[in-house]
Write a protein that binds this ligand. Structure first.
Ligand code: AMP
Length: 217
């Protein structure tokens, strides 16, 4: 089964974790804008240099930069493989551009999953989040520990706390989500594509609920 999915959720809602589980089951392409941008920063590419200050401050990178970047990435997805968009779109302008990109490629989105979580839960989760800067996988000091202390299970690279996972930046990122990204909920509801999932539950429960949304489609 091939699936085309958009994951929407505030920082710390578990988009990356759920995306990785979906990929393991469905083998689709995972496009995570945050990971792509962090890689660009690491390589000091033009996009990376542009994005760096926005990310550090918990602000969104300008639409034009993201839209150009994603147009390129989406056009490279093998048709039959399916995709998970994780962190894109994040504004109405991005959503409109995505619709144009996909219709030009004659691709349809199957489902938009909104992972709903409150700020209090997000701060608890993010305060223990560890990230592998090599592959982007996330762990948690208490809830989702790596097998070896501070080492990624996938590639054994050292785990770090992202600068933008610090508490005051997390709160700013949440506010950015509320003002800029939340309007997408109504946008996709109006298109009959939206499923809301209670993402305060545990990882496996959330995954099962997401799976149910395809079965009940
Ligand atoms: P994430 O890892 O998805 O939480 O993204 C980390 C940061 O990258 C965000 O706080 C934004 O600064 C930037 N970013 C990621 N995706 C987008 C997007 N679609 N539009 C604008 N900025 C983005």
């Amino acid at each position: 089964m091939s699936i085309n999915i958009i994951l929407i959720g505030a920082p710390g809602s578990g988009k990356g974790t759920q995306a990785k589980m979906l990929i393991e089951e469905f083998g689709c392409v995972h496009l995570a804008t945050g990971d792509i941008l962090r890689e660009a920063i690491k390589n000091q590419s033009e996009v990376g240099l542009l994005a760096e200050t926005y990310i550090a401050q918990g602000k969104l990178v300008p639409d034009k930069v993201i839209i150009d970047l994603m147009r390129d990435k989406i056009s490279q997805i093998p048709r039959k493989q399916g995709f998970i968009l994780d962190g894109f779109p994040r504004t109405l302008a991005q959503a409109d551009s995505l619709e144009l990109m996909l219709s030009a490629l004659e691709i349809e989105v199957d489902r938009v999953i909104y992972l709903e979580v409150g700020l209090k839960k997000i701060v608890t989760r993010m305060s223990g989040r560890l990230t592998c800067l090599k592959c982007g996988r996330s762990y948690h000091k208490i809830f989702n520990q790596p097998r070896m202390d501070m080492q990624c299970d996938e590639d054994q690279a050292e785990l770090t706390v992202r600068d933008d996972d610090k508490e005051h930046v997390v709160i700013d990122r949440f506010k950015t989500f509320e003002t800029q990204t939340q309007p997408l909920i109504d946008y996709y509801r109006a298109k009959n594509l939206l499923s809301i999932v209670d993402a305060e539950q545990d990882i496996q429960f959330i995954y099962n609920t997401i799976r149910d949304t395809f079965n009940n489609k």
